[in-house]
Write a new protein. Structure first.
Length: 276
């Protein structure tokens, strides 16, 4: 059997499988299908999608989710049902991805500055920030924090080795909306604010984010509309109404599919046996 996951390498392999009468299975990770999977769909024995309604009117269509590490799925088994931590501070995990996200990084820093200014004038407490910025950005972002008078006010790292630890710590995740990130956020049962990468092919990151927005588990803000004031205001709203975080977390977990690797592998084995 041949399992295609999209991308240019899947095209020739998928066509060859059909010509050789080898079972062909495809799996689409995004909420908007890529070109290769769209072209291979009519000749595939099994079509799998991570998110509902990615493909339309297809026989043997399965919604499987995306593979997510077991330790991240385990975080979602203990969805927070209480309020914001005792210190009254929202724990905000900011994930820029392996390459970082300059616009997101800047908005977060400026929003933190606004929150700290608000904190000094009221009972409001600025959030705890765990900020992953990417290797190429770590020095410049740390310098920017210092230049803005925010040195030591956030945990700034290039990478996070154990994402399950980070998700468990977080009340709210602010991040891009790649397919695997959205699936992780859902499986971990976390409220999220998604800032889709604006140059993604077919704007598929917006489609990915919309899955959890529709489930009332997340918010979406396009990068061109993102401002520090908006972000700071959202943090304030969540800190003052912790039930919003709780409801979004529960909705995220309800929208997740946690056993994707098992389902996909079972389908491959099934097709191999049918072809014997």
């Amino acid at each position: 059997a041949v399992l295609g996951l999209g991308g240019f390498a899947t095209g020739p392999g998928g066509v060859a499988a059909k010509l050789l009468r080898v079972p062909l299975l495809i799996h689409e990770q995004n909420a908007f299908p890529g070109m290769t999977n769209r072209l291979l769909k009519p000749i595939s024995n099994v079509v799998m999608q991570a998110f509902p309604n990615t493909f339309k009117e297809t026989n043997d269509l399965l919604t499987t989710g995306n593979p997510v590490r077991a330790n991240i799925v385990a975080v979602g088994a203990d969805v927070k049902t209480g309020s914001i931590p005792e210190d009254g501070k929202l724990n905000v995990l900011v994930v820029g991805g392996s390459l970082g996200a300059v616009a997101l990084n800047t908005a977060v820093m400026d929003a933190l500055a606004l929150s700290l200014a608000q904190e000094s004038d009221s009972e409001y407490k600025a959030p705890n920030i765990w900020h992953q910025v990417g290797k190429k950005n770590i020095d410049s972002v740390q310098q920017s924090y210092a230049d803005k008078g925010l040195e030591g006010k956030a945990k700034v790292v290039a990478f996070i080795d154990d994402m399950s630890e980070a998700y468990r710590w977080a009340d709210l995740v602010v991040c891009r909306s790649g397919a695997l990130t959205v699936s992780e956020v859902a499986c971990a049962g976390k409220a999220a604010i998604f800032i889709p990468f604006p140059f993604a092919v077919d704007d598929h990151q917006t489609a990915n984010a919309q899955v959890l927005v529709t489930a009332k588990a997340a918010e979406i803000k396009q990068q061109k509309e993102l401002t520090a004031q908006w972000l700071a205001d959202r943090w304030t709203a969540y800190a003052e109404q912790p039930e919003l975080i709780e409801n979004m977390a529960i909705a995220a977990k309800a929208a997740s599919v946690a056993n994707a690797a098992q389902v996909v592998s079972e389908q491959v084995i099934k097709q191999i046996r049918l072809n014997d």
